[in-house]
Design a binder for this molecule. Structure first.
Ligand code: NAP
Length: 494
């Protein structure tokens, strides 16, 4: 019997998961482990993996150590490096999908156009872009925080006649060898792609708007001997994971708190790294950030800064004025011609904008309801949106550690809500507005103690200057807060 037939036969609570990235697959695995098969996953792409399916640019890797950037319940003793490349992470997700038999639950190529709650039937109607309708009692939205590429807002972009590539939509059919290339942006994606393509291109101009704090990476291969030890003694890997987690948590105050003294620790390490990486004092000056450490996402690389000193690579700090048919014009009037322009310019921030219209009690639309100030309870439940849960909802991004610690905490919390709905005669539950408000007043009140509000611009902050993306505390605190689902915090319709 297929898992779908088994779910039908069991008459269990129908659940829809939207998105088959790390979060959606993790949610599905936990449901299966709990003996719940009555779920379907809708995925708009043709394969699982989310971020790791989409980000295939040369050099793509995770700057969080792999032993913490993986599911706690599915350790992988075979990571080849301390910081694994994207394709290895994608292979890991694919292995999990096969091992736990998740593929059979996934409807690929299915984009959700609308999710609406009907109070009378206490169910969600999910409408796909092709007009199909599906009913579910529970919806778990796992659509990711940084998904849709954002092209830079530059005059003349559409008129550019060369090859334009966004890092998250790499065109592997385009050969960069011998090409004159521009890279716009100097964030996490840029600092990985720049060293990776430097050997191929004829010349490269890196357009920097804001220099970033870069920390040493110290990446290394994990030897076959180490991997064999992890395979033989799984507890060694658990110890490694715990130590890495504790180490990242210990860095939390330096990266997150708005304390000049603590920030200086990070700044000094980064400046020493700059000193060791770049000989030219003029270039060092251009690369020295003028904002407090941690305010924008800290970068980790050993080869980005040295690449900028190579003969055929230049750092352009003059602001971009416009794109022309052949290249880029900077505000000093200089025009450079390029065969290809790589936009390493990040993503639309979907922590704050639902991926599709979601209508809760009384037909209220979630995006309109948020009005630029997204709020949820623990980032997971929203008052007025019954039996609806989000992974990577508002204020659940980590500033300093593995996002998967948060993801798993959310899955654990949602699992408890689902179990309650299955076992008790409850039609729906929705978090109490006052509980949600109290939580968010506290979260926003704590933002003023974080470095994110120290004056720089970043994707962490909305246009209104509000931080609706990151959690202002230790991951451990978040894990504790989501450990127990308290029914008393929810309005329950029996
Ligand atoms: P990003 O951090 O948002 O960086 C975008 C870059 O483009 C910035 O340097 C930005 O400059 C620049 N930019 C944007 N518009 C521009 C314009 N019109 N002119 C000139 N420069 C412009 O994007 P990202 O590097 O793709 O990273 C996004 C997030 O994805 C990261 O913060 C991280 O959470 C995640 N990520 C993680 C990894 C990993 O290894 N774990 C790797 C890649 C990405 P300003 O700084 O001046 O705005």
């Amino acid at each position: 019997m297929s898992s779908r037939d088994r779910a039908k036969a069991s008459g269990d609570l129908p659940i829809v998961i939207v998105g088959a990235g790390f979060a959606g697959i993790g949610m599905a695995i936990r449901l299966k482990q709990a003996g719940i098969h009555s779920f379907r996953i809708f995925e708009r792409a043709s394969e699982v993996g989310g971020t790791w399916r989409d980000n295939t640019y040369p050099g793509a890797a995770c700057d969080v150590p792999s032993h913490v950037y993986s599911y706690s319940f599915e350790p992988n003793p075979d990571w080849s490096r301390f910081f694994s490349p994207a394709e290895e992470i994608q292979a890991y997700i694919l292995r999990c999908v096969e091992k736990y038999g998740i593929r059979d639950h996934i409807e690929f190529g299915t984009e959700i156009a609308d999710a609406s709650f009907d109070e009378r039937s206490a169910s969600w109607t999910i409408t796909t872009a092709s007009g199909e309708r599906h009913e579910a009692r529970v919806v778990v939205s796992c659509t990711g925080g940084l998904v849709n590429p954002a092209l830079p807002e530059i005059e003349g972009l559409e008129g550019y006649q060369g090859k334009l590539i966004h890092t998250a939509r790499w065109d592997h059919g385009y050969d960069l060898r011998g090409k004159r290339v521009a890279v716009i942006g100097t964030g996490c994606s840029a600092i990985q792609v720049i060293p990776a393509i430097a050997d191929d291109v004829a010349s490269m101009s890196v357009f920097q708007r804001t220099p970033a704090w870069v920390m040493p990476k110290h990446d290394r291969l994990l030897s076959e001997k180490t991997r064999a030890r992890f395979r033989r003694f799984p507890f060694l890997q658990r110890i490694m994971r715990t130590l890495l987690y504790l180490f990242s948590e210990s860095l939390g105050p330096i990266i997150v708190l708005n304390s000049k003294r603590l920030s200086r620790i990070g700044e000094r390490i980064s400046l020493r790294h700059l000193e060791a990486s770049v000989r030219d004092p003029e270039l060092r000056k251009k690369l020295t950030p003028n904002f407090q450490f941690g305010c924008k996402r800290m970068l980790i690389s050993d080869d980005y800064w040295p690449t900028l000193e190579r003969e055929h690579v230049e750092l352009v700090t003059e602001p971009i004025a416009a794109m022309t048919e052949r290249g880029i014009r900077t505000s000093d009037g200089a025009e450079r011609e390029f065969d290809a322009v790589i936009a390493a310019t990040g993503f639309e921030v979907s922590f704050v904008k639902p991926a599709y219209p979601i209508r809760g009690l009384g037909g209220i639309d979630l995006h309109a309801h948020w009005q630029g100030a997204p709020e949820a309870y623990k980032g997971v439940s929203v008052a007025g949106f019954p039996n609806y849960f989000t992974i990577m909802g508002p204020n659940t991004g980590p500033g300093h550690t593995s996002v998967l610690v948060f993801t798993e905490a959310q899955i654990h919390y949602i699992m408890q809500a689902i179990q309650k709905l299955r076992r008790e005669p409850i039609r729906y539950l929705t978090v109490k507005k006052e509980v949600q408000d109290r939580y968010n007043v506290r979260i926003q009140g704590r933002m003023k103690y974080t470095v994110w509000t120290s004056g720089c611009t970043s994707w962490y902050l909305g246009k209104n200057g509000r931080n609706s993306t990151l959690f202002p505390g230790f991951a451990g605190e978040y894990v504790l807060r989501t450990r127990r689902f308290k029914a008393s915090e929810y309005d329950i319709a029996a």
